[in-house]
Design a binder for this molecule. Structure first.
Ligand code: SF4
Ligand code: SF4
Length: 459
């Protein structure tokens, strides 16, 4: 079965795909995955479908196509990596793993653009990303990011800059959550004027004994979460603690490597994975908790990422312990908090729903907040177009896919958008801001945390 490995300028790269030949074989070309694919649905080109991309990978493995060819580069690059094609595939094709290998082949045959390269370098370095996010927080705090979104316009570089700043502005804490003693904007509490919680409307705290801990957990701080969503990391620790988990600080952890893996830099992704495995092993935690869907999906795949590595067995054991925060909270049945009266437009993150099979758990978390009315976004299972910096690298297609999602969010008429993944929060929030229609987006755990604060669970 071994096909030729030689492709001009891509001998080693085709070899990387060759090693995955068995992963390509299960595809029977049935096409069941096509209707699930956002790029195929928008462009109608077979090469922009999962089946078409698998054909392209196969052609590179067999030496019929060069990894540096326009066809391979364009269509592999255009994939969102949303993995909506995986759960609908009757043959169990591991599309996400194959895509990462194809991206590595594409990147080594033809280095990616400056924007992607710079991003991967910065995210892989703690000091560099620390400086980047410090600048981001400054732009956000001064309101300059929001001002620029309202005043910048046009296409090209200005359009990309505007979108990047809109994503930054979207990380601002939702208006009604900033002052925890006051109900403002679309978020009303059931507190009395005195500030005390209405015990009846607050619901009952379950009898479950909170001195029976759910285990020891360490929270992945992440790169974007640590830099721009510190409040979400804090909320994750507080809500787990309030539900009987012992939260342990995990030092010397790092970025999960998902951005690098998706960008074709598997070497850096493996390096970061090894660092995290060592850090969480040292901390001796039962569960590795993640509040970002893309990071969770990547870390649950560490065993695959480190195939053939001396740390493979440890990577597999580590991956078994990774849980999305909503999985752990749902598993213990989260305590009900005080009411937070608002409606939320809920959207499923691809890397939670398709890559991890986590669908109902975030809704169970929202169910623990009395007063929250959940309105499902139409086509909530379809990608929002986030996919890292897709909106900047593919402005037209990204705007098309993202625009459809923003329209669906607006159609719900809800007070807030809600999705359990910072990347999707930034993408949807940016789209709403660019449209000039507000744009507050919250994580379900933020809502639960807000509800617990109102109930006085943290005093
Ligand atoms: S990836 Fe799966 S669903 Fe898609 S064509 Fe191949 S076998 Fe069919
Ligand atoms: S990952 Fe998403 S965009 Fe890529 S082929 Fe699969 S469904 Fe299409």
């Amino acid at each position: 079965m071994a096909g030729p490995l030689v492709t001009a300028g891509g001998v080693r790269l085709a070899g990387a795909l060759e090693a995955q030949r068995e992963r390509l074989l299960p595809c029977v070309h049935c096409g069941f995955c096509l209707p699930a694919c956002p790029t195929y649905n928008r462009l109608g080109d077979e090469n922009d479908s999962p089946r078409g991309r698998l054909h392209l990978m196969q052609a590179v493995v067999e030496g019929r196509l060069d990894a540096s060819s326009d066809a391979f580069q364009t269509h592999i690059d255009r994939c969102l990596g949303c993995r909506a094609c995986e759960p609908v595939c009757p043959s169990g094709v591991e599309y996400g793993t194959l895509l990462e290998l194809a991206r590595e082949a594409a990147a080594e045959a033809r280095p990616p653009g400056m924007l992607t390269r710079s991003l991967l370098i910065v995210m892989g370095s703690r000091p560099l990303r620390g400086m980047l996010f410090m600048g981001g927080r400054l732009l956000r705090a001064t309101g300059l990011a929001g001002w620029a979104v309202r005043h910048l316009g046009g296409d090209g570089v200005a359009g990309k800059l505007r979108f990047a700043l809109a994503m930054l502005a979207a990380t601002t804490e939702a208006e009604g959550f900033r002052r925890r003693d006051t109900a403002v904007a679309g978020v009303a509490s059931a507190t009395h004027p005195s500030g005390s919680v209405d015990a009846e409307s607050a619901g009952t705290v379950p009898d479950r004994a909170l001195d029976a801990p759910g285990g020891t957990v360490g929270v992945l701080q992440g790169c974007v979460q640590d830099g721009l969503y510190g409040r979400l990391n804090d909320a994750t620790g507080r809500t787990l603690d309030a539900n009987g988990f012992h939260v342990r600080i995990v030092t010397r952890q790092d970025c999960c490597g998902a951005l690098h893996a998706h960008g074709g830099d598997l070497q850096s992704a493996r390096h970061l994975a090894r660092r995290n495995i060592e850090a969480f092993e040292r901390a001796g935690v039962d569960w590795v908790v993640v509040n970002a869907a893309g990071c969770g999906a990547a870390m649950k795949d560490y065993g695959v990422l480190l195939e053939g590595d001396p740390m493979q067995a440890r990577a597999r054991a580590f991956a078994e312990r990774v849980r999305d925060v909503t999985e752990l909270l749902a598993a213990v049945g989260p305590r009900r908090g005080a009411p937070v009266t608002c409606s939320v437009a809920y959207d499923h993150p691809c890397h939670l729903m398709h890559a991890q099979g986590v669908t109902s758990e975030p809704l169970q978390v929202l169910d623990a907040v009395p007063g929250v009315e959940v309105r499902m976004v139409a086509k909530a299972d379809e990608c929002c177009g986030g996919a890292g910096i897709y909106g900047m690298t593919h402005p037209d297609l990204g705007a098309h896919i993202g625009g459809d999602k923003v329209a669906a969010v607006r159609e719900t008429g809800a007070d807030l958008a809600c999705t359990p993944n910072p990347g999707c929060m930034m993408q949807i929030g940016a789209g709403l801001r660019i449209e000039g229609s507000g744009g507050d987006v919250v994580h379900p755990v933020e809502l639960l945390d807000h509800s617990y604060q109102r109930a006085g669970y943290y005093r």
